[in-house]
Design a protein around this ligand. Structure first.
Ligand code: PRX
Length: 653
């Protein structure tokens, strides 16, 4: 949620710097011909079919697109397998012994898997899953650290036609349980633990807590990563290495329909219940393949490093499917950017010769804060292109990144997209686009986006809501088990053929898009989406809490920080019990995960509400950010705000 949209717009309007592509980059770029935008727009089905033809199909599609708003089907009648396109396709050619994955653990241990080796591992795990009773269409939950076994497990699911659902390792037992139950998963794959800042994240222990109430789970496969002792239920749990030792590497791929599901990935929305976004096989693969190739200007010699955790969509599309479909060499790093020191990323770039780096504004802001001495210790001259994603990037951070990491020579691509879109939709093309710091620039060729006002009128120049007005291949197909929510969340703001992403945006007179953040009750905390309702429900779940209101407030590092206002049940006159403040923050972490822990939490006697009982979040944000209060004329009881503000200022002091 952009907490100060007016100020943001003002700041962005002042941003006049422009960066045309350098000649040396342009000359070698995958896309050099500007007429591609016009051509793709004129016949977008033909445009996407061109990329689809570069992939391997068992059976060609009969029709590129069937669009019965808001339901799209892409590459109808086509048959393919995602793992074959990500691996076998390369093993059959000169990339056979090329590094597919270069992995480094936080403690410094390393592994390299060539395409051929990756194929063997994926085949073996495919057979392991089959031996555990997993069949086409079954769901497999993956709750794992950033280790090679995670992409192996994803691709093994894809190979046998099972639907994977990765749950980010920072989520709590309760979040894991809810996701397993929502999708009715048959098998859970996890690890004893993973390394994060020198500590073990006890994934198996958390899984055990989650599994106390997951009736559909029949087996749990556990990777031995950290080696600490874990509970083991011999009836349910199996060690990965033991199962793999006896498995054959020959695993014939399932011939999947283009519209067969590939995965479910949960994301927050405006209610307390996360949405299971469903992506299918053909369109998703075409979209991620095409955007990886063009946006990152991918070449065979590149070492591509997308720093996102595979638990989020960025990791799905640009650590696994997009780069591997392109036959790239991908770096995967398990741990934190400041372990053992604040130059870990730059050390990785130097040692592995990373050429394309894709990271998030929140990380860039942290690097800025840590200072240039850390990147300066390393030779970063291998880098030739930089990307960013996840939240609006402030021009200072963009410039810092371009100068201190890119050495002033690398193009920066600010890419806008979402879990739901599956692929990058608004982005520069590095050999063509004159970039402006803070702007994601233009829709990818073949994609149509615009800005609409609440009534659905187009805003040619100025601010409004971002809208996507034409289907794209990697678009979500539904919300798992909740078709009605799919329609109402994304396709009813204006009409059933216009997609509403929930973001505010502005277009300048040259047609550049400037993304301004969420316009709904979803916060973007350090690039991760968390619903205010989710945090409120977690707080109200605590026995001491009567009511709560949660808002996102501006934060230099995280972009948005979480501020919670809490009314306790017992309205005692004295202050709340010592320790309750931390207990409540801890309770949210326990219910959702540490990423949702409120940064600030305040006990209040009342909350500002409209006459119809709606909490006035705008006012809470004004208070939490110490601003002059906005319009309070719709308040039911305007005295509430004054009391609240006085209480808050007292706490801050
Ligand atoms: O608000 C937008 C913001 O992140 C949201 C999507 O979050 P998620 O589904 O978790 O996916 C993140 C990675 C694709 C969007 O609705 N967002 C993402 N990229 C940008 C962005 N905001 C501004 N600029 C971006 N480049």
């Amino acid at each position: 949620m952009s907490s100060q949209p007016d100020k943001t717009i003002e700041a962005l309007l002042l941003e006049k710097r422009q960066f045309p592509p350098r000649k040396s980059f342009q000359e070698q770029a995958n896309v050099r011909d500007p007429s591609i935008y016009r051509k793709a727009d004129r016949d977008f089905e033909k445009f996407w079919a061109g990329f689809a033809r570069e992939l391997t199909w068992y059976k060609p599609w009969k029709r590129v697109l069937e669009w019965k708003p808001p339901k799209a089907k892409w590459f109808l009648g086509g048959k393919l397998n995602a793992s074959v396109n990500c691996i076998d396709r390369h093993v059959l050619g000169p990339r056979k012994n090329k590094a597919a994955l270069i992995w480094e653990g936080e403690p410094g241990d390393q592994r390299l898997l060539t395409y051929r080796e990756l194929l063997r591992e994926v085949g073996k795990f495919g057979n392991v899953l089959k031996s555990l009773g997993v069949r086409k269409g079954d769901r497999v939950t993956l709750y794992m650290p950033m280790i090679p076994e995670l992409p192996i497990a994803m691709l093994a699911c894809a190979r046998i036609g099972a639907i994977h659902s990765v749950v980010f390792g920072g989520f709590s037992a309760e979040s894991l349980k809810d996701r397993i139950n929502d999708q009715g998963a048959k098998v859970l794959v996890t690890a004893d633990g993973g390394w994060r800042r020198g500590n073990v994240v006890p994934l198996k222990k958390i899984s055990d807590d989650a599994l106390s109430d997951t009736p559909t789970i029949e087996a749990v496969v556990v990777v031995k990563r950290t080696g600490q002792p874990v509970g083991f239920d011999p009836k349910r749990d199996r060690w990965w290495h033991e199962l793999m030792a006896g498995a054959s590497a020959r695993c014939p791929p399932e011939k999947m329909d283009a519209e067969d599901p590939l995965y479910i990935l949960y994301t927050s929305g405006t209610t307390g219940k996360p949405k299971g976004i469903l992506h299918t096989t053909g369109g998703y693969l075409v979209g991620t393949y095409a955007t990886t190739k063009w946006v990152f200007d991918l070449k065979d010699e590149d070492v591509f490093w997308c720093t996102a955790d595979i638990g989020w969509v960025t990791g799905h599309s640009y650590v696994v499917y997009g780069p591997l479909a392109n036959g790239a060499t991908c770096l995967i790093y398990e741990g934190a950017p400041d372990t053992p020191a604040r130059d870990r990323f730059w050390d990785l770039v130097e040692r592995h010769g990373v050429t394309v780096l894709y990271t998030a504004p929140t990380a860039i802001r942290a690097f800025m804060k840590w200072g240039t001495e850390w990147p300066e210790k390393h030779d970063l001259s291998s880098l030739r292109l930089l990307g960013t994603v996840g939240e609006p990037i402030n021009p200072e951070a963009w410039i810092w990144y371009q100068k201190n990491i890119g050495g002033g020579r690398c193009p920066v691509v600010d890419t806008w997209w979402q879990t739901e879109t599956g692929m990058i939709l608004i982005t520069p093309l590095p050999g063509l686009t004159r970039t402006r710091p803070g702007s994601a620039t233009f829709p990818f060729p073949g994609v149509r986006a615009t800005i609409l006002d609440p009534a659905g009128r187009e805003v040619k120049v100025g601010g409004g809501y971002l809208a996507i007005t034409r289907p794209w291949p990697a678009m979500l197909r539904t919300i798992w088990g909740d078709e009605e929510r799919y329609v109402s969340t994304y396709w009813t703001k204006w009409s059933r053929d216009v997609y509403f992403p929930g973001d505010g945006a502005k277009r300048d007179k040259d047609g550049y898009f400037w993304l301004l953040g969420r316009v709904d009750d979803v916060m973007n905390v350090a690039g991760h989406r968390i619903g205010t309702m989710e945090v409120e429900s977690a707080l109200v779940d605590h026995s001491a809490v009567a009511e709560s209101a949660v808002v996102g407030i501006s934060d230099d590092l995280k972009g948005t920080a979480i501020a919670a206002f809490v009314i306790l049940k017992e309205k005692k006159s004295g202050p709340p019990a010592a320790g309750l403040h931390d207990e409540l923050r801890g309770h949210v972490a326990k219910k959702i995960g540490a990423i949702a822990k409120p940064d600030k939490l305040f006990f209040v006697a009342d909350l500002p509400k409209t006459r119809s009982g709606k909490i006035m979040r705008r006012l809470l944000r004004d208070i939490a950010e110490g601003r002059v209060l906005g319009d309070t004329t719709t308040l039911a009881d305007s005295a509430v705000v004054d009391t609240l503000k006085a209480q808050y200022e007292e706490k801050e002091a």
